[in-house]
Design a protein around this ligand. Structure first.
Ligand SMILES: [Zn+2]
Length: 391
């Protein structure tokens, strides 16, 4: 099956399926883009093609909780003929990654284990974990260590199927109350490569903020039973942000009274720990269990010692359970997260006091740990206070 692919054939083919959309080259980033209304640039804030996001505080303030947004999206895509699917296990056996990192892994059995390609267009709302750039969390909007990858996926789809997915997404964004004038479809300049596939990408932006990507892949292996793949992946929490037009991305992530505070990084790390612990992961000194340990350390640096950990875990647990079935109950999940957070908080304090070997059990309650430091290690309360103050 041949699909329009190379620059010079891909863009005109897309244009043909977007009647009434303006189509031009962005003078700043050089990419071609489509918009409902004529606009001078592609408006991508990340690349400097616009100065700020155009959706902030545009809307009449109504709080639409994430799970309400999910319900609308789910109804839209199933009504549009997509079959809802899910990946049962956040902790896949084998494979390239410790965790599920994207909804397209729905097809891992086909792509990596020789299962026959499945027909049909799928909708999937998949919790995903990516720890590539923890320093950007809470700094750059849209970046989280765990998020829901809202996707539509299809194997061996045609170019017409690709544009059908694109239209389903455009209609879905409107169903969520977004304004079509704010949507820009930006064509990435060159084909890229992923394993045995090369692909074209259209970024779907909303008033300058990237919501997702519409990817068309074709195989470079003539013997492959998978000739093309349609992979539309959106950041669900990103969509929730623009639907609410809230003033900050992080204000929509976590329990509202805490999300409106100023420590999005702490909420993010505990929320990811909750997702992993709910999937049955336990901390370890190596392998994927070590990721829990690493997240706890990051949470300790953000003040986990005085945070309402149980509340953040309970809220996160309920959130993730809307997308994936937990493998352990809330009490077990909370105990795992709390013990590991305590361990990181206590280890940090002990290290600062030069009392690393002090405690018999690092994962104990931080108050008990302090009492032990004073009574057994003869550390003064003043010294503990100073160590805690150093941030
Ligand atoms: Zn641009």
């Amino acid at each position: 099956m041949s699909v329009p692919f190379l620059p010079g054939e891909f863009e005109p083919a897309v244009a043909e399926h977007l009647p009434g959309w303006h189509h031009r080259r962005c003078p700043r980033c050089d990419r071609r883009f489509f918009a409902r209304r004529g606009r001078p640039t592609c408006a991508d804030v990340r690349l400097g093609c616009a100065a700020e996001y155009g959706f902030l505080d545009r809307r009449h303030p109504t709080y639409r909780p994430p799970l309400d947004v999910l319900h609308t999206a789910r109804t839209h895509f199933t009504d549009a003929g997509f079959t809802e699917a899910r990946i049962a296990d956040m902790l896949p056996d084998g494979g390239d990654t410790f965790f599920v990192i994207a909804g397209v892994q729905l097809f891992d059995d086909v792509l990596h284990h020789g299962a026959p390609p499945r027909d049909g267009a799928y909708f999937i709302a998949q919790p995903s974990v990516r720890l590539r750039a923890p320093h950007k969390i809470g700094v750059r909007p849209g970046i989280l260590s765990s998020f829901v990858n809202l996707c539509t996926e299809q194997l061996n789809g045609s170019f017409t199927d690709y544009t059908a997915h694109l239209h389903a997404w455009l209609a879905g964004l409107l169903a969520l109350g977004l304004d079509e004038d704010g949507v820009t479809l930006i064509v990435e300049l060159e084909p890229d490569r992923r394993g045995d596939f090369e692909f074209r990408t259209i970024d779907v932006n909303y008033y300058g903020f990237e919501l997702g990507e519409a990817i068309l892949l074709r195989t470079t292996d003539p013997a492959s039973p998978v000739r093309t793949m349609l992979d539309f992946g959106f950041g669900f929490e990103r969509i929730v942000w623009v639907v609410n037009g809230a003033d900050s991305f992080s204000s929509m992530v976590g329990p509202p009274r805490l999300a409106l505070g100023d420590n999005p990084r702490l909420i993010d790390f505990l929320r990811t720990m909750t997702l992993l612990a709910a999937a049955g992961l336990t901390p370890a000194n190596s392998g994927r269990g070590h990721v829990l340990r690493r997240l706890a350390k990051l949470a300790a640096e953000e003040g986990a010692g005085s945070a309402p950990i149980d509340d953040i875990v309970a809220h996160s647990y309920a959130y993730w359970a809307a997308f994936t079935t937990p493998r352990v109950d809330l009490a077990t999940c909370t105990a795992v997260v709390r013990a590991e957070a305590n361990r990181a908080v206590n280890a940090r304090l002990a290290a600062r006091l030069g009392a690393r070997s002090a405690a018999t059990r690092l994962d104990r309650d931080p108050d008990d740990f302090i009492v032990e430091l004073v009574n057994r290690n003869k550390v003064s309360l003043g010294a503990v206070r100073a160590a805690m103050r150093r941030g």
